[in-house]
Ligand binder design. Structure first.
Ligand code: SAH
Ligand code: SF4
Ligand code: F3S
Length: 441
């Protein structure tokens, strides 16, 4: 293969964990080709942006980054610029027309073609596009080069069939498909052998996992049975597919973390219906209560959108009310952003930016109150903390997460990164907990 000019590559990743995992996959492919990874754009011969299209501002960031790359290319004509991921799918026509300096545009199901395309580009120097979505591609038998030190992302399913009316993902990532339990187990075993303490199972709708009749709960059990798996997390589930069987499996296994990301989106039944979310506020509240009944210390986080088309002040209040009832440990809150291809983009009564901002601000204040309240309840409790990194604020402290996904700062003792240590929570300031390692325990 002729990859002579191309020796070093860089990848910058935008968007969700699926993209992080995909970048690791691409890195695996390129490293196998003999290329070397660099984080310095100036010394790279190929630069890939793995892009996200979820909201308009995600796309804006990529456009401005491409502007920078164009400048680098003017001084280094052999540089290959590649756009991967969800925007590639979505914006290929615009990129081809307006950004001719982009050499390779690959959608999320086309990464196996990278070696062939780099080679082809070197020969004829034309832009190359492949954004075809596949019903089958799950990247079986391709092993990613993992970036983290303690956590291994393992993608178990791809795509989404839910078509929430606001969301572009079903268009950028295509239909749902799952890997076999055996291939997931195989990859997790390899990650454990490489020393990873935590495994995070990934999918756009991770708990819609289905392979030849096997369910997500069954897959979780199989992964939990693997020797040496200390912690299992998963993201992102859809509330419709959280059921009692899954909660009981989670409660029954020590190495499955007591944490669920439980995306509510709205607390108004009319809005949920217009969003095509397939559950009601009553069902959502019921499942949240069930989660806390079956796993009393379960951490709960959520995603909420404010300013969906037609959202009245009263409907917004219903969302705040459901937040009060459930009390999430944390929330990712977003202003609605109209996306191409989606149903909601066509809806009348789009909400003004000003109103969206006011609603978001009010929601953030409420969420901060809940976070602090729940964190304060943890003071005096004992938690198992997996040490992940040095604290940003002090080189004498570690930062790690509890089983329930709360960040805790502890003083460095003899412990090191990847250790799971017993900690007493001593104080709660905002979103961060402080604790003391219990030595000699
Ligand atoms: N599959 C995941 C969501 C992935 S997108 C799930 O169903 O939970 C992550 C979050 O982005 C969504 O939960 C939603 O809150 C937000 N989001 C998606 N499309 C959006 C849009 N058009 N405007 C604002 N937020 C959006
Ligand atoms: Fe988007 Fe809904 Fe699918 Fe999540 S479930 S990826 S929000 S369409
Ligand atoms: Fe973004 Fe695609 Fe993930 S649109 S949020 S990178 S699935």
């Amino acid at each position: 293969m002729n990859t002579s000019v191309i020796k070093k590559f860089a990848i910058q990743t935008y968007g969700c964990q699926m993209n992080v995992a995909d970048s690791e996959l691409v890195e695996g492919i390129l490293t196998k080709l003999g290329l070397e990874k660099t984080s310095n754009f100036d010394e790279a011969d190929a630069i890939f942006l793995n892009t996200c299209a979820i909201r308009e501002n995600a796309e804006t960031k990529v456009h401005s980054r491409l502007g920078n790359l164009h400048k680098i290319k003017l001084t280094k004509p052999h540089l290959i610029i590649g756009v991967l991921g969800c925007m590639a799918q979505n914006l290929k026509d615009d990129l081809l027309k307006n950004k001719p300096y982009v050499d390779i545009i690959l959608g999320p199901d086309s990464y196996r073609k990278i070696p062939e395309l780099i080679n082809r580009h070197e020969i004829d120097n034309k832009s190359i596009v492949d954004t075809k979505l596949s019903r089958y591609e799950v990247y079986e038998n391709l092993f990613p080069t993992r970036g983290d030190t303690f956590n291994a992302w393992v993608s178990i399913m791809r795509g989404c069939n839910k078509f929430c009316s606001f969301c572009i993902v079903p268009f950028t990532r295509g239909r749902e498909r799952s890997r076999s339990i055996e291939s997931v187990v195989d990859e997790v075993k390899k990650a454990v052998d490489q020393g990873f303490a935590e495994i995070t199972l990934l999918g756009q709708n991770v708990n819609s996992y289905k392979f030849e009749g096997n369910t997500f709960a069954e897959l979780l059990l199989a992964v939990s049975d693997i020797n040496g798996v200390k912690r299992i997390r998963y993201t992102s589930p859809h509330p419709q597919d959280i059921n009692i069987e899954l909660l009981e499996v989670m409660a029954s296994r020590k190495n499955i973390c007591n944490y669920i990301h439980f995306p509510m989106q709205s607390g108004s039944n009319e809005i949920l219906k217009k969003m095509n979310r397939t559950y009601t506020r009553e069902h959502f509240h019921y499942m949240a209560s069930k989660i806390r009944e079956i796993m009393p210390n379960c951490g709960l986080s959520t995603d909420i959108i404010v300013g969906f088309p037609g959202e009245t002040e009263e409907q917004f209040r219903e969302t705040l009310d459901l937040m009060e009832k459930v009390k999430f440990n944390s929330a990712y809150t977003f202003k609605y952003s109209p996306r191409p291809y989606t149903k909601a983009e066509q809806f009348t009564q789009q909400i003004s930016e000003q109103v969206k901002k006011e609603r978001l601000d009010e929601m953030l204040v409420l969420q901060r109150k809940h976070t602090l309240e729940l964190n304060k309840k943890m003071v005096g409790t004992y938690q198992q903390v997996l040490i992940e990194k040095e604290s940003k604020k002090s080189s004498n402290h570690w930062a790690g997460r509890t089983d329930s996904n709360e960040w805790v700062i502890i003083e460095k003792n003899n412990s090191k990164i990847k250790d799971i240590v017993p900690v007493e929570i001593t104080s709660a300031t905002g979103v961060i907990l402080h604790g003391q390692e219990i030595t000699g325990a």
